[in-house]
Design a protein around this ligand. Structure first.
Ligand SMILES: *Cc1c(COP(=O)(O)O)cnc(C)c1O
Length: 409
């Protein structure tokens, strides 16, 4: 672990130009720089605006259902042995079923304060699209969601939900017809309609100020966890574990603990294995590059062509990662590990059978990692793990996988 001296500086990140060390920044067309400057200024002032913060807290409590419980999973803990105590942060109990609503409420409210009547969003599996469309209803905004044509085919239910919520889903036919192409289209739309439109980005990625702003909106997860751990155990956790796609639930969970003596572990999707091309482990296997307006680790070939990410969980299926994670990896403050599709399925069944909690396949990676590595953790460690969302959306995938609950037993 790094000395407190070094990690104390974390509070000031990113720097004034939006850099986390060499990562982050703004790699966007000239026409967006002004919009990003305006957004940065608006966000900076709303961060200190008592009325905005009070309203945000109100919607998080009364609409999204916060604080979410911290639950000591005693059955899982017993099964892992070694006197380990596992505490689950239950983001699966948020309205719309995942942590994403924390960010969409924050940015939706911001859009209202700065007088933007329209939001646009990108979505892969449709989870962020549904959260954005939900928030648009709450705040009376119109909402267009860019989604790859391939993903539209695969995620019919979420497309239907967005329709019910009055959002327009715009199919993207370019490239691989998936999330990264949808993100490019959303950025393009924003360039054209920046006067009327707020781009509601779904993870702690993209050009400054998005990574810092999304982190701040998601940090409510970590702040609550800190208070709840203190109340339940009188101490902080020894170890914290969260899954990493773009990295928003993990950075929100970790951020309030960066200056504490807590071991932090991010779990990326190893898909069919790190030695195949079928994974989404951008921190473990990527190289430094530029994607979606930021410098970070990117899965790319030697010519800089972005590779397709692959994971059983759509939410982790992104070929890059937020710039703050890139720096946390470089400084060694957070350790980044992986879990395969198979380990995620195992994690899903384990939590379902032991605790009666069906996690989304994204946090099931964190459970799968924990199950594999528990033996190497110090005895009696207190482990806080973020269940970023619920499993309903993934049941078709689980049903058609080879692993059933019997083989998990
Ligand atoms: C979208 C999603 C993720 C991945 O996004 P992050 O920005 O890495 O948090 C993880 N879990 C769930 C349940 C999701 O819906």
């Amino acid at each position: 672990m790094k000395s407190t001296e070094q990690s104390k500086k974390w509070k000031g990140k990113p720097d004034a130009t939006g850099h986390f060390g060499i990562f982050g920044g703004r790699f966007v067309p000239e026409t967006l720089i002004n919009a990003l400057d305006q957004l940065t200024a608006a966000y900076r002032s709303l961060k200190r605006d008592r009325k905005f913060q009070k309203e945000l807290a109100y919607y998080l409590a009364h609409y999204a259902g916060r604080p979410t419980p911290l639950y000591e999973a005693q059955n899982l803990s017993r099964a892992l042995g070694r006197g380990l105590r596992v505490f689950l942060k239950r983001e699966d109990l948020c309205h719309t079923g995942a942590h994403k609503i924390n960010n969409t409420i924050g940015q939706g409210l911001l859009a209202r304060y700065i007088g933007k009547k329209r939001i646009i969003a990108e979505t892969g599996a449709g989870q962020h699209g549904v959260a954005a469309a939900t928030t648009a209803r709450l705040f009376g905004l119109s909402c267009d969601v860019y989604m790859g044509a391939e993903d539209i085919q695969r995620q019919a239910l979420n497309v239907y939900k967005m329709g019910l919520l009055g959002a327009r889903v715009i199919p993207v036919y370019s490239g691989s017809k998936t999330l990264k192409d949808a993100t490019n289209e959303a950025i393009r739309d924003w360039v054209t309609n920046v006067d009327t439109t707020h781009y509601l980005l779904g993870s702690a990625v993209g050009p400054h100020p998005y990574p810092a702003m999304v982190r701040d909106f998601q940090s409510v997860i970590g702040r609550e966890t800190k208070m709840q751990m203190r109340k339940m155990t009188r101490t902080l956790p020894d170890i914290m574990v969260a899954c990493v796609g773009g990295g928003s639930n993990a950075i929100g969970f970790f951020h309030p603990f960066l200056d504490d003596r807590v071991k932090l572990i991010g779990v990326e999707a190893a898909g069919k294995g790190l030695n195949t091309k079928h994974h989404a482990a951008s921190l473990r296997k990527g190289t430094i590059g530029v994607l979606h307006g930021m410098k970070s680790f990117v899965l790319q070939d030697p010519n800089g062509q972005v590779q397709l990410a692959d994971s059983i969980s759509a939410g982790l299926d992104y070929p890059s990662v937020g710039p703050e994670h890139a720096l946390l990896k470089e400084t060694g403050r957070v350790r980044y590990e992986t879990a395969t599709d198979e380990e995620a399925l195992l994690g899903f069944h384990l939590l379902t059978l032991l605790e009666g909690i069906m996690p989304a396949l994204e946090p099931a990676h964190a459970i799968g990692y924990l199950a594999r590595r528990a033996r190497s953790f110090p005895r009696a460690s207190k482990i806080a793990l973020c269940i970023s969302g619920r499993g309903d959306k993934d049941l078709e995938v689980v049903r058609h996988s080879k692993m059933n609950s019997r083989s998990a037993h």
